[in-house]
Write a protein that binds this ligand. Structure first.
Ligand SMILES: CC(C)(COP(=O)(O)OP(=O)(O)OC[C@H]1O[C@@H](n2cnc3c(N)ncnc32)[C@H](O)[C@@H]1OP(=O)(O)O)[C@@H](O)C(=O)NCCC(=O)NCCS
Length: 206
């Protein structure tokens, strides 16, 4: 029997990821976290096996790894963990929830997770180390670059391009055909109707 997936990051996003991984019929091996005081504890019944210094050893002992550190804003921590893993030959898994709908004509990169009730439609391409969060809609022919987080309930219209390292907040709407440059932050609830350059920062006022 396989040992299961090592989760890297033991916070709130990891808890949602555990539910997705279980729904996909995969086993969880355990977690690691950069906070050494968490080691020896558990998350939803799975052990926190070590801190970041044990990352590579534990990743190699497991049957796959997934970065479960969350991302609000820029993906610095997720990118550095991804690079650390891949530079040592560990290729993170991609996982889709049993309740997600991923078209067989879509592609999902290594280390990316498609969470419950999300839709990734035909012709869409999702890069590596992305989060397509609960209930997000990624319509036909969308291109999402590496290390992006499309947060809960965001709607990405057909043919949209989102550059690498970007964050699209909860419930944001990106109109069909729009391009958003890399390393952008589109805040929760924003509506984007036209192209945005790299490093756009957009926030909805209270
Ligand atoms: C866009 C949003 C993050 C801004 O929140 P904020 O409190 O003003 O900004 P923060 O201080 O938290 O900064 C968030 C990031 O935006 C950057 N930022 C903030 N103001 C900025 C500005 N004027 N220009 C450029 N970048 C800016 C910060 O540097 C930070 O980057 P980092 O991730 O590298 O640290 C917030 O409005 C939002 O939409 N949050 C997401 C909520 C959500 O979707 N939750 C569900 C997640 S599943």
């Amino acid at each position: 029997m396989s040992k299961g997936v090592l989760l890297i990051g033991a916070g709130g996003h990891a808890r949602s990821c555990i539910d997705v991984i279980e729904s996909a019929g995969l086993r969880v091996f355990g977690l690691i976290d950069r906070d050494p005081t968490m080691v020896g504890g558990d998350v939803l019944g799975y052990p926190v096996l070590g801190s970041d210094c044990e990352l590579l050893k534990l990743a190699k002992d497991s049957s796959g790894a997934l970065i479960t550190v969350g991302q609000i804003g820029r993906p610095k921590i997720r990118v550095s963990l991804y690079e650390k893993l891949t530079s040592c030959g560990v290729v993170p898994l991609s996982v889709s929830a049993s309740t997600a709908r991923v078209s067989r004509h879509a592609s999902i990169g290594n280390g990316s997770i498609v969470m419950h009730q999300a839709l990734v439609n035909a012709g869409a391409r999702v890069g590596v180390n992305c989060i397509i969060n609960t209930g997000a809609i990624v319509e036909h022919d969308v291109e999402i670059g590496d290390h992006c987080h499309i947060a809960i309930g965001a709607v990405i219209g057909g043919g949209v391009r989102i550059g690498a390292g970007s964050f699209v907040g909860a419930g944001a709407i990106i109109s069909h055909g729009v391009s958003i440059g890399s390393n952008s932050i589109i805040g929760a609830g924003c509506v984007v109707m036209s192209d945005c350059p790299a490093e756009t920062f957009m926030k909805r006022s209270a």
